[in-house]
Design a protein. Structure first.
Lengths: 144, 314
């Protein structure tokens, strides 16, 4: 993973953390369970963003998936089944909900990108090998 | 003798120390971040005595006491309401006023109104204020009994506004013309428009109502059909806080400049939105107090909004 990708992950994490911190301060602090969860998400995201930029080990990139993925799951739950008695509607409050969801999706996409790339690369190489074997077989048959 | 050989993928001691240090840094930064964020709004630290500042506005919201209710969810609503009042009287600083956001009684009988007024008279506060809930106007849709008891100094069907320490308060009645959702009506909307027209945009505004002014769960009637018009009049103000009851559970939501806070009841909880049906929730013994509560609100001049603290009756 190059530096640009790493810094992009850190920026998106910080954006998600900022939105959660802002909502916490604006009044979500009063919600039982949800308030502390917002605070933990915000402070954890800021800490991870800072450490990623400071050159933390590769494991910390995967830790970044926790606040991003956790927040996304919590958002979906709050719009469907409810979460600790808390329910929200649509992409509100605007624009915080949209900014946060986009930032968290981007974090997960950026984290998954190298892994997906590697898988595609391996598949392509396998395809090339299979094609080579077929070509050799055809030429042998032609020669015989 | 067996020699334990280190495989190339094993972690060296130095790597282990480095990883531990990174994790330590993550924990420390998370804790520091949490501390900083939780103090951003200027919530006073426990060491600093907020009581010492006479410019600080404090008031308490209680809601949905339902005096007269008797069911398995709470067989002693009067005792629960009494406990809520004790909590208020035990506050370190006397609140400027106590606001009851409706459903003072369960079936709006004169005896229930009398009992609730008597109990409220024991609260150590400057004023006791109320807005009616739909249970306060049962069989009396004009709310005459309620207004006889609590309607002094109000306009129209019981709405009013007042100012304390630079904060403008508006108490609205959205339970009298109730269909499925709460309703304010043309006269009350006109009252809001005229009431706020004279205020400067930096005046903090607090709006009390029984039914939420936002669409918390319209399927159960948890919203007010013409609230958008009222909120439109408040759009130009820097800080607007709407405090309501009715839903018997804590809920907070921010839309632009407006923050909505639904309050817990002092009597019994209701099911959360999304449940199969709206119903009174009966909790296991010993758990009811956690679901009931009062709300302590503080405003410091110069701060962008109000600090809201929930206190349970556990």
């Amino acid at each position: 993973m190059n530096r640009a990708q790493l810094w992009s992950i850190a920026a998106c994490l910080a954006a998600s953390g900022y939105v959660h911190a802002d909502l916490y301060v604006q009044g979500y602090r009063a919600l039982p369970a949800i308030g502390p969860a917002f605070l933990l998400q915000a402070s954890g995201s800021f800490a991870l963003a800072l450490l990623l930029m400071a050159g933390a080990p590769a494991l910390f990139r995967w830790l970044a998936a926790a606040p991003a993925g956790g927040a996304l799951v919590a958002f979906v739950l709050s719009r469907t089944t409810g979460l600790f008695g808390f329910t929200g509607q649509g992409l509100r409050p605007a624009p915080q909900a949209v900014v946060s969801v986009l930032a968290e999706i981007l974090v997960l996409v950026l984290l998954a990108a190298p892994f997906v790339n590697r898988c595609l690369d391996r598949e392509w190489k396998q395809d090339v090998t299979d094609t080579d074997v077929t070509r050799v077989r055809i030429s042998r048959w032609w020669a015989s | 003798m067996t020699h334990l050989r280190r495989r190339p993928e094993d972690m060296t001691r130095r790597q282990l120390v480095r990883h531990t240090a990174w994790f330590g840094a993550a924990v420390v930064l998370t804790v520091i971040g949490g501390e900083v964020i939780s103090h951003v709004d200027g919530t006073p630290a426990p060491a600093a005595d907020p009581a010492a500042d006479s410019n600080v506005l404090r008031f308490v919201q209680v809601s949905d006491s339902h005096l007269g209710f008797n069911g398995p969810a709470n067989t002693a609503v009067e005792a629960s309401f009494g406990r809520a009042l004790e909590r208020i009287n035990a506050l370190p600083e006397r609140p400027a006023f106590v606001m009851h956001t409706g459903d003072l009684t369960h079936t709006s009988t004169p005896a229930q109104f009398d009992q609730v007024r008597q109990m409220l008279s024991e609260v150590k506060t400057g004023h006791v204020l109320t807005v009616p809930g739909e249970h306060d106007t049962i069989d009396d849709h004009a709310g005459r009994n309620y207004r006889q008891m609590f309607g002094a100094g109000t306009a129209g069907d019981g709405w009013y506004s007042f100012d304390v320490l630079g904060v403008h308060f508006i108490s609205l009645v959205n339970t009298l013309s109730l269909h499925k959702l709460g309703h304010l009506g043309v006269d009350q909307l006109e009252f809001v428009r005229k009431d706020v027209a004279r205020l400067s945009p930096d005046t903090p505004i607090v709006v009390f109502s029984h039914i939420p002014l936002f669409a918390m769960y319209p399927a159960w009637g948890w919203g007010t059909d013409d609230a958008a018009q009222a909120l439109n009049y408040l759009r130009g103000f820097a800080s607007v806080t709407c405090l309501n009851g009715h839903v018997h559970q804590l809920f907070t939501k921010t839309e632009g400049n407006v923050t909505f806070h639904s309050a817990a009841s002092t009597a019994f909880p209701l099911s959360a939105p999304g449940a199969p049906a709206q119903s009174v929730v009966t909790l296991p013994a010993g758990k009811l107090g956690d679901a009931l509560g009062i709300r302590n609100v503080t405003y410091r001049p110069g701060n962008p909004g109000l600090a809201v603290k929930e206190v349970t009756l556990a």
